[in-house]
Design a protein. Structure first.
Length: 964
């Protein structure tokens, strides 16, 4: 929605250069209003603003307009009167012979409501009223219609047997019944009877010259006079009255009354009847309303809707051609407030009224429109102002005096008899009397300067520095990292806290070398971009790029009062401040805003309501949402709005859906959609927070998503029985399988045990043992005692290792290689050095850290010696054992240069061996058993080595073990 400030000329100083103005928020058809011609306005009990226009009915919540026409159920699109009753109904009088009302999302008309069918309107309804009992009185020009709480309709058109009329105004009686103005009589109406209360002098009976409520009556009492009578105080006040420009009369509150004219609107205070305020001159105003938040609304003929936040906020626009000129600084000089801007003038304002009461002062500057960024005074006898070109001194006659050229002034601060000037290139000190530079305390770019206790605090783009009395420079960002960022303004309060405004990190309080306060958007500041600070007593005023903040620095938590365009400021961008007790001057890009904070009530409220709740494709009012929602219609959408007109749509929402998520979430959208919720009970909790951090009451909605068939109790019980039966059957089957597996496991274990025993027995076949014993006998017969002892020692060690390893599930590679070495030594000795052997281990392999099944390599080595090497005719036989890591596995290669497997088979057929070793077959069985019990397998591969002529070169056995 587009908001802008409408400036209306009220007083002028100079030829169309300076105007005193009020600030409004303007809404028209481009913002969503149903039409630009608005006849009537009312606020219902929930806080919504209703507007009757020539092209439809609008409901406004501060964020969106919702429009209604004949398509939505209205009898006619042109709405001339509205009334909101205590039950929440909005009564509507269209420009035709009918009446209707809106209640809980539905229009009730004579076509669908039997009570409204009994109301026969001759002309059109011009007023409504409701008494304390809830009876509704409708006013036509010449008759009344009473609708009681039981739905009975009574037509009232006579008094004491005589026709009565015309009727000028109606309202509720303070106690019971109604009060009616007919002709020049004020009547009480109770129990369907009139009683004359008093006679009132009037010149015109037309309803537009009357405004009436239970406390006051306003009417056209004389040729140029309007009278207001307060019934409770028995007091009457008269106002001047322009009959020929009159459109309507309004009672705003207990002290304010208004007259809408063809050229604006007049607002009178009954306690000061001679000082009316004139709003929107030149614009025909049809009606006025003061809402629950304190805003005053103006409906117009052809110009839409205007909202005035406060009649006590004055906006002054400096005009540069047709555009506003920015205001940069203020300074008090004798009995006036000086204002500097981007124009070649200093403007003078009355410090009590804020009005321009003296001629502006033309500045003699070398550069055309050179903005004056800084302004200061000295001893009530001189003025110093700085621009983007120079620093200039002038006297009480405002004539230009000495100047310092080629400086871009950022700020001026007076301390004792010196002036400290912050510029784009340095910070220097000026003697005000001689206007000479006496010292330069900073030699880089600065943004602001402040001096206290002979210490100068210098704001820069890179943080806050201080120049101590001994001229040393300290960077305060070293002690407080929060002061390392861009500094815009500096002030010090009575408690000694240095308040530092930053450009993006909020407001920092610094004292005794540490940060004692940090105020930003998270704890109430309108923005983290601080532009200007002003201290008045114990109140710190902070101007930001999103409004003005008043902070009480003496109270815990630093409470903040906020002022924005919603309160009447000309702009939310604050360039300059001057505060004198309750009088506040605010400089903005749109001019000067002046207000007396004691008269301006910066109050705000935030009311939260559901506007629609959609279930499936059906829309429900918030209090009629179905408690149980069928799962087939499981698509729920909540439309809601936080009503806060001063927030101009800047409202955020916190919500959570208990039953789905207990965490709070935040959004700025005005709807929540849940398209596929699981079955269960839910509670939506919702709260609105307006831009002044005012929280609404917690809004809740409870509902249940119906369970699916499989989620219902009876179905779950049935499934439970079926499940138990299935489980019983399954358990029986499983038990049988377990028993079978146990039997298989027992047989399997028995087989393993047998294989292990066979393996132990087969590790050294009887032939080897027999030959070994023969060798021992040979050594004895040869009287080779040393050789016999050595052989017996090796043989006994091999037997011990065999018995020891047989009981272990795994042994280290180091033990297995030691076992093979012992075996090969014995075989080599027994065969009289008929072969040699070697072991090669990769450097990456540490044999003591790898484990393999015990004695699994010996049968392969035995096979190499027995069938491969012993048939060689020379003694050059060789057994090579290679160990390495490859692809995560342990690889062991057993290779010999024997006669090969084919030749060995031929020798075996010619000279059969009496004992057939089963070591290899048992080893194969052991490998199969291992692989069945482990995911990682042992693999074995035997290669016959041949040359190019296919002559046997030996045999290679490659075994791959998983790393255990």
């Amino acid at each position: 929605m587009r908001f802008f400030l409408i400036m209306v000329l009220f007083w002028g100083v100079g030829p169309a250069v300076f105007g005193q103005e009020y600030g409004y928020t303007h809404y028209n058809s481009r913002d969503g209003l149903a039409g630009s011609t608005v006849y009537c306005i009312v606020q219902d009990k929930d806080g919504f603003i209703w507007l009757g226009t020539e092209t439809g009915l609008s409901r406004f919540d501060g964020t969106h307009f919702r429009n209604f026409t004949k398509r939505d159920g209205l009898p006619d699109n042109e709405i001339i009167q509205l009334f909101a009753d205590s039950k929440g109904r909005v009564w509507i009088a269209p420009f035709k012979k009918a009446v209707c009302y809106y209640y809980k999302g539905k229009f009730y008309t004579p076509d669908n409501d039997p009570v409204l069918q009994r109301i026969r309107v001759d002309d059109y309804v011009i007023r409504f009223a409701e008494d304390k009992a809830g009876n509704i009185l409708l006013q036509e020009i010449n008759k009344l219609h009473l609708v009681d709480t039981n739905g009975k309709v009574t037509v009232i058109d006579s008094f004491n047997g005589q026709r009565i009329g015309p009727f000028s105004a109606i309202t509720a009686h303070p106690r019971d019944g109604f009060m009616v103005v007919s002709g020049n009589r004020l009547l009480d109406f109770r129990n369907n009877r009139f009683q004359v209360k008093k006679t009132i002098p009037t010149l015109d009976y037309h309803h537009s010259y009357f405004a009436f409520n239970s406390r006051m009556l306003m009417w056209h009492s004389g040729p140029n006079e309007t009278k207001v009578e307060n019934f409770a105080l028995h007091k009457s006040v008269s106002f001047p009255y322009n009959r020929f420009n009159n459109i309507n009369c309004s009672l705003i509150d207990d002290t304010l009354v208004g007259q809408t004219l063809t050229s604006g609107a007049l607002l009178y205070n009954i306690n000061q009847p001679d000082s009316p305020l004139h709003f929107l001159p030149g614009i025909p105003v049809s009606n006025m309303l003061k809402d629950a938040e304190g805003n005053i609304w103006f409906t117009t003929m052809g110009h839409g809707l205007y909202r005035l936040s406060s009649p006590f906020v004055l906006n002054l626009k400096l005009r540069k051609d047709s555009s506003p000129a920015q205001v940069f600084s203020f300074a008090k000089f004798r009995e006036t407030i000086l204002v500097s801007s981007e124009l070649n003038f200093l403007y003078r304002l009355n410090p009590k009224t804020g009005r321009p009461d003296k001629e502006k002062i033309k500045l003699d500057k070398k550069v055309g429109f050179d903005p004056v960024y800084a302004l200061s005074t000295y001893n009530e006898k001189m003025i110093v102002y700085g621009s983007g070109f120079s620093l200039v001194k002038s006297g009480i006659d405002f004539k230009k005096g000495p100047e310092i050229l080629r400086v871009v002034v950022k700020g001026i601060f007076q301390y004792k008899d010196k002036m400290y000037v912050a510029t784009r290139t340095n910070v220097f000190v000026v003697d005000p009397e001689t206007f000479k530079i006496t010292d330069t305390i900073w030699h880089e770019r600065s943004t602001s300067v402040f001096v206290s206790n002979d210490t100068a605090y210098i704001g820069t783009l890179g943080g806050l520095y201080c120049s101590l009395p001994d001229r040393s420079i300290q960077f305060l960002g070293d002690k407080a990292p929060a002061l390392k960022n861009r500094i815009t303004c500096i002030r010090k309060d009575n408690a000694g806290i240095l308040w530092v405004g930053t450009y993006g990190d909020g407001l920092i309080g610094y004292k005794n070398g540490r940060v004692v306060a940090a105020i930003d958007q998270r704890n109430g500041l309108t923005s983290d971009v601080c532009r200007v600070l002003e201290l008045c007593g114990n109140t710190l005023w902070v101007g930001t790029d999103k409004g003005l903040n008043k902070i009480d620095v003496t109270k815990p938590g630093y409470p903040i009062t906020k002022y924005t365009t919603g309160d009447g400021l000309a702009s939310d961008i604050i360039n300059a401040l001057y505060v004198d007790n309750s009088k506040v001057f605010v400089g903005t890009p749109e001019g000067v805003t002046f207000f007396d904070e004691e008269k301006v009530i910066s109050q705000s409220r935030c009311d939260l309501y559901f506007t629609d709740i959609t279930v499936g494709r059906e829309t429900w009012h918030s209090d009629s949402i179905p408690a149980i929602i069928a799962h087939a219609r499981n698509n729920v959408r909540f439309d809601y709005v936080g009503i806060s007109f001063k927030s101009t749509g800047d409202v955020r929402y916190q919500y959570r859906l208990l039953g789905l998520d207990s965490a709070w979430h935040e959004t700025r959208e005005t709807f929540l959609s849940y398209p596929t919720l699981p079955s269960g009970d839910y509670q939506l909790q919702l709260q609105a927070i307006n831009k002044f951090d005012v929280h609404s009451k917690l809004l809740t909605a409870r509902f249940t998503i119906e369970k699916l068939l499989y989620e219902k109790t009876w179905f779950q019980v049935l499934i439970g029985f079926i499940f138990l039966a299935a489980v019983g059957l399954l358990v029986t089957v499983i038990i049988r399988r377990i028993r079978k597996r146990e039997q298989e496991k027992t047989a399997f274990s028995k087989r393993i045990s047998e294989l292990e025993q066979l393996s132990r027995k087969a590790q050294m076949n009887p032939h080897f043992i027999f030959n070994s014993l023969n060798s021992i006998q040979h050594y004895v017969m040869e009287a080779d005692v040393v050789g016999a002892n050595k052989f017996i020692s090796g043989f006994s060690r091999l037997i011990r290792q065999t018995l020891d390893f047989s009981s272990k599930p795994e042994i280290s590679l180091e033990e297995e290689l030691d076992y093979l070495t012992n075996y090969l030594d014995l075989e080599k000795t027994r065969l009289e050095d008929a072969f040699s052997w070697s072991v090669s281990i990769d450097k990456a392999v540490k044999p003591a850290e790898y484990y393999i099944p015990p004695m699994i390599l010996q049968p392969f080595v035995e096979n190499s010696v027995r069938h491969g090497l012993r048939f060689r005719r020379d003694k050059n036989g060789m057994v090579t054992i290679t160990v390495k890591r490859e692809n995560g596995n342990l690889i062991i290669i057993l290779e010999d240069n024997g006669i090969g497997r084919k030749a060995a088979m031929q020798y075996k057929s010619i000279s059969p061996i009496n004992y057939q070793s089963k070591g290899l077959s048992l080893t194969a069985d052991r490998i199969d058993i291992f692989n069945k019990e482990h995911e990682q397998k042992i693999t074995m591969h035997i290669d016959d080595l041949e040359d190019e002529g296919r002559l046997a070169l030996g045999t290679r056995v490659t075994i791959s073990f998983p790393v255990l």
